[in-house]
Design a protein around this ligand. Sequence first.
Ligand SMILES: [Zn+2]
Length: 256
Amino acid sequence: MTGFVIAISALLGLLIGSFLNVVIWRVPRHESVVTPPSRCPGCEQLIRPYDNIPVLSWLILRGKCRSCKTKISARYPLVEAGTAILWGLLAWRFAGSWALPAYLVLAAGLVALSLIDLDTFLLPNRIVYPLTVAVTLLFGVAGVLDGGLGDFRRALLCGLVVFAVFLLLHLISPRGMGFGDVKFSFVLGVALGWVSPATAFLGIFMGFLLGSVVGIGLIATKVKTRKDYVPFGPFMALGTVSALLIGPPILRLLAQ
Ligand SMILES: [Zn+2]
Protein backbone atom coordinates (compact mmCIF):
# COMPACT_ATOMS: atom_id res chain seq x y z
CA MET A 1 0.00 0.00 0.00
CA THR A 2 2.80 2.44 0.90
CA GLY A 3 4.58 1.72 -2.40
CA PHE A 4 1.35 2.46 -4.25
CA VAL A 5 0.87 5.78 -2.43
CA ILE A 6 4.49 6.77 -3.18
CA ALA A 7 4.17 5.88 -6.88
CA ILE A 8 0.86 7.75 -7.31
CA SER A 9 2.20 10.79 -5.44
CA ALA A 10 5.37 10.91 -7.57
CA LEU A 11 3.35 10.60 -10.77
CA LEU A 12 0.92 13.34 -9.69
CA GLY A 13 3.96 15.39 -8.65
CA LEU A 14 5.17 15.34 -12.27
CA LEU A 15 1.88 16.85 -13.48
CA ILE A 16 1.76 19.36 -10.62
CA GLY A 17 5.36 20.32 -11.42
CA SER A 18 4.28 21.07 -14.97
CA PHE A 19 1.53 23.36 -13.61
CA LEU A 20 4.02 24.99 -11.21
CA ASN A 21 6.16 26.01 -14.19
CA VAL A 22 3.15 27.99 -15.43
CA VAL A 23 2.60 29.48 -11.96
CA ILE A 24 6.29 30.46 -11.60
CA TRP A 25 6.24 32.24 -14.97
CA ARG A 26 2.81 33.88 -14.84
CA VAL A 27 2.03 34.86 -11.23
CA PRO A 28 4.85 37.47 -11.00
CA ARG A 29 3.55 38.87 -14.33
CA HIS A 30 -0.01 39.05 -12.93
CA GLU A 31 -1.32 36.71 -15.63
CA SER A 32 -3.97 34.02 -15.20
CA VAL A 33 -2.58 30.53 -14.51
CA VAL A 34 -5.60 28.91 -16.24
CA THR A 35 -5.87 30.67 -19.61
CA PRO A 36 -4.55 31.08 -22.27
CA PRO A 37 -2.78 27.76 -23.04
CA SER A 38 1.03 27.78 -23.11
CA ARG A 39 2.87 29.07 -26.19
CA CYS A 40 6.52 28.99 -27.20
CA PRO A 41 8.04 32.32 -26.09
CA GLY A 42 10.07 32.33 -29.34
CA CYS A 43 7.53 31.73 -32.12
CA GLU A 44 4.17 31.99 -30.26
CA GLN A 45 3.29 28.47 -31.50
CA LEU A 46 0.74 26.75 -29.22
CA ILE A 47 2.46 23.92 -27.34
CA ARG A 48 0.77 20.70 -28.41
CA PRO A 49 -0.32 18.21 -25.73
CA TYR A 50 2.23 15.62 -26.92
CA ASP A 51 5.00 18.21 -26.58
CA ASN A 52 3.85 19.04 -23.06
CA ILE A 53 4.55 15.69 -21.34
CA PRO A 54 6.51 16.40 -18.14
CA VAL A 55 10.29 15.79 -18.45
CA LEU A 56 9.90 13.41 -21.44
CA SER A 57 8.98 16.03 -24.04
CA TRP A 58 11.94 18.21 -23.06
CA LEU A 59 14.28 15.22 -23.41
CA ILE A 60 12.81 14.11 -26.77
CA LEU A 61 12.97 17.67 -28.17
CA ARG A 62 16.47 18.07 -26.66
CA GLY A 63 15.39 21.28 -24.94
CA LYS A 64 14.30 23.09 -28.10
CA CYS A 65 10.94 24.25 -29.51
CA ARG A 66 9.69 21.86 -32.21
CA SER A 67 8.87 24.71 -34.61
CA CYS A 68 11.51 27.43 -34.14
CA LYS A 69 14.24 25.59 -32.20
CA THR A 70 14.29 28.28 -29.49
CA LYS A 71 16.09 26.85 -26.46
CA ILE A 72 13.77 25.79 -23.62
CA SER A 73 15.36 26.20 -20.19
CA ALA A 74 16.38 22.99 -18.36
CA ARG A 75 14.58 24.49 -15.38
CA TYR A 76 11.23 23.24 -16.73
CA PRO A 77 12.02 19.51 -16.57
CA LEU A 78 13.99 20.06 -13.34
CA VAL A 79 10.95 21.63 -11.63
CA GLU A 80 8.79 18.71 -12.84
CA ALA A 81 11.28 16.03 -11.74
CA GLY A 82 11.98 17.90 -8.49
CA THR A 83 8.30 18.13 -7.57
CA ALA A 84 7.82 14.43 -8.38
CA ILE A 85 10.77 13.45 -6.16
CA LEU A 86 9.58 15.74 -3.36
CA TRP A 87 6.04 14.33 -3.49
CA GLY A 88 7.40 10.76 -3.58
CA LEU A 89 9.63 11.40 -0.55
CA LEU A 90 6.83 13.07 1.44
CA ALA A 91 4.49 10.19 0.59
CA TRP A 92 7.14 7.78 1.89
CA ARG A 93 7.55 9.82 5.09
CA PHE A 94 3.83 10.49 5.79
CA ALA A 95 2.17 7.52 4.04
CA GLY A 96 0.18 6.40 7.09
CA SER A 97 -1.00 9.89 8.07
CA TRP A 98 -4.01 11.99 7.11
CA ALA A 99 -1.57 14.90 7.08
CA LEU A 100 -0.05 13.76 3.76
CA PRO A 101 -2.34 15.98 1.58
CA ALA A 102 -1.33 19.03 3.65
CA TYR A 103 2.36 18.24 3.11
CA LEU A 104 1.92 17.68 -0.64
CA VAL A 105 0.12 21.02 -1.07
CA LEU A 106 2.79 22.70 1.07
CA ALA A 107 5.59 21.19 -1.07
CA ALA A 108 3.99 22.45 -4.29
CA GLY A 109 3.76 25.93 -2.78
CA LEU A 110 7.38 25.80 -1.61
CA VAL A 111 8.65 24.90 -5.11
CA ALA A 112 6.72 27.78 -6.70
CA LEU A 113 7.63 30.33 -4.01
CA SER A 114 11.33 29.37 -3.97
CA LEU A 115 11.77 29.87 -7.72
CA ILE A 116 9.69 33.06 -7.79
CA ASP A 117 11.79 34.41 -4.90
CA LEU A 118 15.00 33.58 -6.81
CA ASP A 119 13.63 35.29 -9.95
CA THR A 120 11.99 38.37 -8.42
CA PHE A 121 13.07 38.59 -4.72
CA LEU A 122 9.37 38.50 -3.85
CA LEU A 123 7.04 36.01 -2.20
CA PRO A 124 3.70 36.96 -3.81
CA ASN A 125 0.69 37.26 -1.49
CA ARG A 126 -1.33 35.64 -4.28
CA ILE A 127 0.48 32.40 -3.41
CA VAL A 128 1.41 32.84 0.27
CA TYR A 129 -2.14 33.60 1.49
CA PRO A 130 -4.06 30.79 -0.30
CA LEU A 131 -1.23 28.36 0.54
CA THR A 132 -1.40 29.30 4.23
CA VAL A 133 -5.19 28.91 4.33
CA ALA A 134 -5.24 25.63 2.37
CA VAL A 135 -2.43 23.96 4.32
CA THR A 136 -3.79 25.07 7.71
CA LEU A 137 -7.29 23.80 6.80
CA LEU A 138 -5.88 20.46 5.58
CA PHE A 139 -4.03 20.02 8.88
CA GLY A 140 -7.31 20.80 10.67
CA VAL A 141 -9.05 18.07 8.66
CA ALA A 142 -6.15 15.70 9.38
CA GLY A 143 -6.52 16.48 13.07
CA VAL A 144 -10.22 15.58 13.01
CA LEU A 145 -9.62 12.36 11.00
CA ASP A 146 -6.68 11.31 13.19
CA GLY A 147 -9.10 11.49 16.11
CA GLY A 148 -7.55 14.23 18.20
CA LEU A 149 -7.06 17.94 17.78
CA GLY A 150 -3.94 17.94 19.97
CA ASP A 151 -1.61 17.71 16.97
CA PHE A 152 -3.43 20.54 15.21
CA ARG A 153 -3.38 22.76 18.29
CA ARG A 154 0.37 22.18 18.67
CA ALA A 155 0.90 22.90 14.95
CA LEU A 156 -0.98 26.22 15.21
CA LEU A 157 0.96 27.20 18.31
CA CYS A 158 4.27 26.45 16.53
CA GLY A 159 3.09 28.51 13.55
CA LEU A 160 2.36 31.47 15.84
CA VAL A 161 5.71 31.18 17.66
CA VAL A 162 7.69 30.98 14.39
CA PHE A 163 5.70 33.93 13.02
CA ALA A 164 6.42 35.96 16.18
CA VAL A 165 10.17 35.21 15.96
CA PHE A 166 10.30 36.27 12.29
CA LEU A 167 8.26 39.39 13.03
CA LEU A 168 10.68 40.32 15.82
CA LEU A 169 13.68 39.84 13.48
CA HIS A 170 11.90 41.99 10.88
CA LEU A 171 11.29 44.77 13.43
CA ILE A 172 14.96 44.64 14.52
CA SER A 173 16.33 44.53 10.95
CA PRO A 174 13.75 45.24 8.19
CA ARG A 175 16.49 44.94 5.54
CA GLY A 176 17.77 41.59 6.80
CA MET A 177 14.33 40.00 7.15
CA GLY A 178 11.70 41.11 4.64
CA PHE A 179 8.02 41.20 5.59
CA GLY A 180 7.35 38.64 2.83
CA ASP A 181 9.45 36.14 4.79
CA VAL A 182 7.47 36.97 7.96
CA LYS A 183 4.13 36.24 6.24
CA PHE A 184 5.57 33.04 4.77
CA SER A 185 6.92 31.77 8.12
CA PHE A 186 3.54 30.93 9.73
CA VAL A 187 2.66 28.04 7.40
CA LEU A 188 6.17 26.59 7.79
CA GLY A 189 5.80 26.66 11.56
CA VAL A 190 2.43 24.91 11.30
CA ALA A 191 3.74 22.15 9.01
CA LEU A 192 6.84 21.57 11.14
CA GLY A 193 4.96 21.83 14.42
CA TRP A 194 2.52 19.11 13.35
CA VAL A 195 5.47 16.69 13.74
CA SER A 196 6.84 18.26 16.94
CA PRO A 197 8.09 21.58 18.37
CA ALA A 198 11.66 20.19 18.14
CA THR A 199 11.14 19.62 14.40
CA ALA A 200 9.92 23.21 14.06
CA PHE A 201 13.05 24.49 15.79
CA LEU A 202 15.28 22.25 13.64
CA GLY A 203 13.61 23.29 10.36
CA ILE A 204 13.87 27.02 11.04
CA PHE A 205 17.42 26.62 12.36
CA MET A 206 18.49 24.71 9.21
CA GLY A 207 16.91 27.43 7.06
CA PHE A 208 18.97 30.14 8.79
CA LEU A 209 22.11 27.96 8.69
CA LEU A 210 21.78 27.21 4.94
CA GLY A 211 20.96 30.85 4.22
CA SER A 212 23.99 32.20 6.09
CA VAL A 213 26.43 29.57 4.73
CA VAL A 214 25.37 30.21 1.12
CA GLY A 215 25.19 33.98 1.70
CA ILE A 216 28.72 34.09 3.14
CA GLY A 217 29.90 31.76 0.35
CA LEU A 218 28.48 34.07 -2.35
CA ILE A 219 30.17 37.10 -0.77
CA ALA A 220 33.49 35.25 -0.27
CA THR A 221 33.53 34.13 -3.92
CA LYS A 222 32.52 37.68 -4.96
CA VAL A 223 29.42 36.45 -6.77
CA LYS A 224 27.51 38.91 -4.60
CA THR A 225 28.59 41.90 -2.55
CA ARG A 226 27.56 42.62 1.02
CA LYS A 227 24.97 45.07 -0.31
CA ASP A 228 23.26 42.58 -2.65
CA TYR A 229 20.03 40.95 -1.62
CA VAL A 230 20.04 37.17 -1.25
CA PRO A 231 16.49 35.77 -1.23
CA PHE A 232 15.77 33.91 1.99
CA GLY A 233 12.58 32.09 0.93
CA PRO A 234 14.34 29.18 -0.82
CA PHE A 235 16.44 28.49 2.30
CA MET A 236 13.39 28.58 4.58
CA ALA A 237 11.73 26.09 2.21
CA LEU A 238 14.81 23.87 2.06
CA GLY A 239 15.24 23.90 5.85
CA THR A 240 11.58 22.98 6.33
CA VAL A 241 11.60 20.12 3.81
CA SER A 242 14.89 18.78 5.23
CA ALA A 243 13.55 18.80 8.79
CA LEU A 244 10.34 17.06 7.67
CA LEU A 245 12.20 14.33 5.78
CA ILE A 246 15.33 13.70 7.87
CA GLY A 247 14.39 15.43 11.15
CA PRO A 248 13.73 12.27 13.21
CA PRO A 249 17.24 10.72 12.87
CA ILE A 250 18.91 14.11 13.41
CA LEU A 251 16.86 14.79 16.54
CA ARG A 252 17.57 11.27 17.87
CA LEU A 253 21.31 11.87 17.34
CA LEU A 254 21.14 15.24 19.12
CA ALA A 255 19.23 13.72 22.04
CA GLN A 256 21.98 11.17 22.74
ZN1 LIG B 1 9.03 28.14 -30.95
